[in-house]
Design a protein around this ligand. Structure first.
Ligand code: AMP
Ligand code: MG
Length: 434
């Protein structure tokens, strides 16, 4: 006896099959596709993180300095704090002898002020005592019990780090949308912060479809391959600051695909389905999405690799249907889903696209952007992009050394060696958490 739910699914399958069977993917331009993806992104709410947990998160507040940095005038050297006027004539063969009245150590300021003919021992980072306006480094002094001989003259202000020299009180230090790396965490701590408001990490689900897929570490059977996409694509998502809340294989059946998509969409901001998105007899992703009422923004990209890519939404969840080939999945994720994850976190994007000179000539048919995996090297005239070897969409080894994608424009048929092409850094090279 078939349950009502099963009958409904079968009905949906029939409708979906009829609707989808005759379709072929469009040739949406890459730039238009990226715009459509970004248009669909609404920034996620902010959460508060302990400082160390904020590495790799995106700042969700504008940060001003409540007080100056450094917070007080301090010494840049170990030596003696003096009045520059007292030592104006000091030379090695005519030292000026001063009476030492106190010490200012790091964290323990002097009590006494420096009067005429007086000095205070001082350490690097210690507060400049009242009355002093210069520090003479230890190497330019001769030390006695209660006196110091200064062997060279000092300018007023010499070896003194002024309060606010690094950051003035009230200055804006970090803007909302900044990626928090090691230096940003150090700055936050310097300004007295223990917690910081960051964008919530997007919840990402990765479904990998295919009856041929075997989990990592499991023995292969005839015709089977190990699933690599759930690991590579999941890692790309994590490199963009996402939490992978679900990573799951799905068999090549309509029911399994529909059920997995429905369940994953319910607890994800972004759902990535790899494979099964093309026009094959066992490609069930689009019919399943259609039967669940997903809204399609585009299917089919003028991009190689990555042609059958699907994008749309299911409720509030952004859904990416990526081709199953391991390189295609990584390339389409990097060009479309990675910018979406950044936008969801409110991350500021680079203004200008980067360019590099392609190391070798490249020829192609017009119509699609080609995304070439390359290494970047700094040359005399700027960046140079060197291809990582054969560029087939199944050649995962071409990703091993890849730092960026060189994007050869759709209408271009030939790039000369040394010609400039736009490049897109891959997520793993731009993220402090990786
Ligand atoms: P599909 O997009 O489902 O037609 O798959 C295209 C190619 O990618 C086929 O050769 C699949 O075996 C392969 N493929 C699909 N999913 C994965 C995966 N998760 N890991 C590795 N290869 C895959
Ligand atoms: Mg498949």
């Amino acid at each position: 006896v078939r349950s009502r739910a099963t009958r409904q699914v079968s009905q949906a399958r029939g409708d979906a099959a009829a609707a989808f069977a005759l379709e072929t993917p469009q040739e949406t331009r890459l730039a238009a596709a990226v715009r459509a993806v970004l248009d669909a992104c609404r920034p996620l709410a902010a959460v508060e993180h302990e400082l160390d947990a904020a590495l790799g998160s995106v700042l969700a507040e504008d940060l001003g300095a409540p007080s100056p940095l450094p917070p007080f005038d301090s010494s840049a050297m170990d030596g003696v704090a003096v009045r520059a006027g007292d030592v104006a004539g000091a030379r090695a063969d005519a030292p000026v002898s001063l009476r030492v009245v106190d010490e200012s150590a790091a964290g323990r300021p002097a009590r006494a002020a420096v009067g005429a003919g007086e000095a205070v021992w001082i350490s690097t980072g210690a507060e400049i005592p009242a009355g002093a306006d210069a520090v003479v480094r230890r190497e330019s002094t001769r030390i006695h019990a209660r006196r110091v001989e200064v062997l060279r003259a000092a300018r007023s202000g010499e070896n003194i780090r002024r309060a606010g020299e690094d950051v003035r009180a009230g200055a804006r230090v970090l803007a909302r949308g900044t990626l928090l790396g090691p230096a940003q965490l150090g700055m936050l701590a310097s300004l007295g912060r223990a917690r910081v408001r960051c964008a919530r990490a997007p919840a990402v689900s990765v479904l990998v479809t295919g009856d041929e897929l075997i989990g990592a570490g499991q023995p292969l059977r005839a015709g089977a391959i190990h699933d690599s996409n759930s690991h590579s694509v999941g890692a790309l998502a994590r490199c963009e600051g996402a939490h992978v809340v679900r990573s799951q294989p799905v068999g090549d059946s309509f029911e399994a695909t529909r059920g997995a998509i429905e369940a994953a969409a319910a607890d994800s901001d972004v759902l990535v389905v790899c494979g099964g998105v093309s026009v094959g007899r066992h490609d069930h992703v689009r019919p399943a999405l259609g039967s669940l009422g997903a809204e399609r923004a585009f299917w089919g990209l003028a991009l190689r690799p990555g042609h059958p890519t699907w994008f749309g939404r299911l409720g509030d969840t952004l859904v990416f249907g990526l081709p199953g080939n391991p390189v295609s999945a990584m390339v389409t994720f990097s060009l479309l889903a990675a910018p979406a994850l950044r936008a969801l976190q409110g991350r500021r994007e680079r203004g200008e696209p980067l360019h590099a000179a392609l190391d070798e000539g490249y020829e192609k048919a017009p119509g699609r952007v080609h995304a070439l995996r390359c290494r970047l090297e700094r040359g005399a005239g700027g960046w140079r992009a060197r291809l990582t070897g054969p560029q087939g969409s199944h050649v995962l080894s071409s990703m091993l050394d890849a730092e960026a994608l060189a994007l050869v424009a759709a209408e271009t048929t030939r790039v000369q060696a040394g010609e400039q092409v736009p490049i897109e850094p891959l997520p793993m090279w731009s993220r402090p958490r990786c």
